[in-house]
Structure formats: structure tokens, C-alpha cells
Design a protein. Sequence first.
Length: 611
Amino acid sequence: MSRLEISTPNRAQTVVEGLYKDLERRIIASPPGLCPVDMAASFLKLCHAQTCGKCVPCRIGLGQLESLLNDVLNGNASLETIDLIEKTARVILNSADCAIGYEAADMVLKGVTGFRSDYLEHIINDRCICNLDQPVPCVALCPAGVDIPGYIALISEKRYADAVRLIRKDNPFPTTCALICEHPCEARCRRNMIDDSVNIRGLKRYAVDHAGKVPVPACSTATGKRVAIIGGGPGGLSAAYFLSLMGHKVTIFEKREKLGGMLRYGIPNYRLPRKRLEEDIEAIISTGVEIKTGITIGNDVSLADLKNEYDAIYIAIGAHTDKKIGIEGEESKGVISAVEMLRAIGDNILPDFTDKVVVVVGGGNVAMDVTRSSVRLGAKKVLNVYRRRKVDMTALPEEVEGAIAECCEILTLKAPIKIESDENGQVSALWVKPQMISKIDSYGRPTIVDSDEDEIRIPCDIVIVAIGQGIESRHFAEHGVPVKKGVIEALSSSGIENSKGIFAGGDCVTGPATVIRAIAAGKVAAANIDDYLGFNHIISVDVDIPTARLDDRPACGRVNMLERDAMERKNDFELIEYGMSCAEAHQESFRCLRCDHFGYGVFKGGRVDKW
């Protein structure tokens, strides 16, 4: 028998593994606005470097594709080149031996289809049409366009009130977003190239916690124009704030007794304390917004009445109706809508789940909210049933992990098929059918199919349905507002075709989305309503942004937010997340690379001070 030795990586392989990690960080930090043809060519070159060289389609074909893409980029291609790229890629896709070849070819094929106009622009006009007007990654990815490097720089100098003022220029919910924003701004942070993205939301939280009460800007001269806003959620309140600052007289019509929409009636207190939400709402109202609560459009006042009385209308009703599973026994006693449950909690009406076994159906953030709330309401056992895998859940990963830490069970690949009830019609069990993950669909998500396993009976006292929300759009459709598949059809400008003076945005247009997207929709609507009314107001802020530092930026770990102990926090609805310490905030703020000053950001003058 020949002598064997333990295999250990050699020096070259160790260096290569390190380079792969560096490459991963660079890909993560790729900002929006890059040339898609250039990016495709770069990825193709990497794929070509990975080939083993044994099969001709991969070894030779990828090299040919790379050459053709370079011809497009260098102005040496013709329109026939696009056809040749497609033909070559399709041959490689159908004949390469392994995934290195056929997946690379498939990537090129998708690109030729997905950004064909970019290919044509390179070939016909010898120029790139990629979007470089917003090159600062965090600002580009913030739906509201907040000047993030600017307020981080202010935090680094302990100017917390100025940081809040700068945030409010584009987002009137600084406190709310500091606590519950999904922070898309962090996704492409260039700090990823060095170590990890800056904790932007955490720094915002530190600023609002230490700024004290920051007054809102003075309103412009009254215009004499009146605007009605239907819905007092984040989108409606944001539009009201900006329109009021512009000098228009704004009235909000809200169905509930209190403002906030899903912020109040959809997000539990342990994530967003009502006291902190009120800070933002009070600031918005202080601009002179008139509030009318307990008003249902269609019952108390009609859309036609509002059209006669106001110069413009903004519909921002949100998604507040629940969706049904559509299974046997769904009308049994003990089957609860997640929307109704969270609405009751928002009104301080707390259900008593003492010693109950609760099953929550759904895998989104709302499902996690009611799952974790059920624990706090005294449930003996809480199970979350989801028909896909845990990795496929649309809920934030930290929400899922938080539920698990609080002793909730996550049962994945289980599709509800029937709710069993006793002789009194009370829920006694949920029946589920085990699923198996299957092929990826056209949206890139794995489909599921029934497995050959037996159905499973889950004994329970309460079933909470959290599979999505709908829009109450019937009254608007009756008055000529176009509605398709339950949502209002509006232009990207928020205007509605053939409905002069009526605008719509947020969840009622897009379907359920994030808070920051609703805020952004309100901001866009305000600007376009102002234009419709014949004005061009500029929202600005008189805050001097600190100059960028020129010192070295060594690699430094990211400061993450800490939470209260799971066994303690699951017994109450108090805020679960701790804020940063002074030292942590100071260190984290200095990790910002000031992309608003360096690189393409310098062409912006280093700041974003008006819109």
C-alpha cells in the first residue's frame, strides 16, 4: 500500500481563496448605475478563467463571446454582432459539458435580452447609457434619497440635531426609520470592499435618541391651494408634510381613530414603541396639517365630494384587508386574521392567549410579528407554518431568528390543507401536507410540490392567517379611478390617467411594500402635486456638511445592534433593541468612506441639499 499524506492547501491556493473573498466583497459592493454590458464582459472573463479547458464550447466558445462583448464596448461591433453573440451563447448553452460553460452562456443570453438597448446604444451611438446621475450607493438605494453620508458625517461631529434636520429634508420619519427600516441603503455600501457595510440604521437611531426635540422648518408662504390626502399612514403623512412645507393647506382623512396606518396597526410596540412613533407624527402635524379621523371614504364622504372641495387629492390608503387561505374550516372559531390582530393590539386591545397553542400561517414580516406577539400574549406554544423553506421566507432574517430565540417553532415545507374544529365549531387542529422543494420559477424562486409523505395533524387552539394583505379599492373604482387586480393603476409620477387632480401612491398602487417605499411615494407625490398646482417649491435645509477626512481607513469590524435577553423580552411589549453607545457610534460613523465626496460623488458638490 502506497504512503498517504494529509492534504493541506498550498500557499498559492490560500492566496487564491483570499482573492475569492475579496472578489465576493467587491461584487456585493457593486453600486447601481454600472454599465450592464461592461459588467457582463467582466463576469464572463471570470467564468472563462474558471474553465478546465477540456471541452471546446467552454474553452474556445467563452473566449469568442468575451471577444465579441469587447467589440461592443470598444465600438468595433455592428448590429449583426448581437445576433452572433446570441447564436454563440446558445451553442455553448446547449453543448458545454459542465455548469461553468453553460451557465456563463446563459448569463450572456439573459443580458442580450434584458439590456438590449444598452447593446444598441454602444453599437449605434458608441456611448453608454448607464445611469451615473446618482453614483453614491447608499443614497441611490434609499427610496427616499436621503443624504446618508451627510448625516453620518454630522453624527461623527456630534451634531445630532443637524443630522435629524438633514434626514427630514427627504424623510419626515427619522425616528420610525431608525427603528424599523429595512435599510436597503446598506446593501451596496462600498465599505463592503474593506470589511462590512456601515450600520446606517444604527447610526440614525443614535442620532434621533440624542438630538432632543428638533423643530420642523418654517412653511413657505400660503398658496391658497387645498389638498386632500386619503390615508394617514407613512405615505399619506409624508405627502402631507412636504405639501404643508410648500405652503399648501393639507387635510388628512383617516379611517381609524389614530394616525400611523400600518406603523401603528401593523408593527408591534416591541419593534416600534407608540411613544416614538408619536414623535414623528407630532412633528408632521406641527406644520399645520389638518386631521380628520374616523372618516371612511364612500360612507362619510365620497371621492366626488373631495374633488369638488379640494384642488388635488392624494390616495394613500395602504393595504389593510386580510387575505384568506381558501381551505376547509377557515370560518371556524379561533381562526384570526393577522391584520385584525395587529390592529387590535395597535388600539391597546390585547387578546388573551394564556395557555393556548397558536399556529401562525405565513412567512413574511407580518407573520413574524404575530408569531412573536402571540408569545407575549401568554401562549403556551407558538408554531409558525410555512409552505417553503426558511431561507425562502420574505421576513427579515433577524425577525425569524428572533422568533426562534423566543421559543417559537418554525415548521417549513408544510402547506395548510384543512382546519379541524370540534362539535362547537372551535378550532382543534390544523392539517398540513408536507411539501418538497422543486424547480426554480421564472422569478428565480423555487417552486414547491406535494411530497409523498402523509398529512400531518397539528393540534392547536388558535390559527392566525398571515399570508398577505389586500386593498380596499372598490369605492375608488366606482368613481372612475382605474383599478387592476385589486390595486390602483397610477403613473410613476403618482398621477392617474384621465383623472385630473387625483394622485395615488404607496401600497394601494404597488401592493404591500416597505415603510421607506411608502415614504418615498409620498415625497414623489408631493413634488408632482405641487407642480400640478402650478408651483415649483424647493425643499432645502441650511446645514453645513463636514468636509471629508483624508486619513487612512484601516479595516474595522461593524458595530451591530444588541437586543434584550430573549427570555426576558418575550414577556412584554417593550422595545427589544438597544441603541449604540457613544463610543460605538463614534467608531461606526468614522467607518463611512464619504462616497459623496470621493469618486463620482465629488461631482455632486459633496452634498444633497434640495429637491
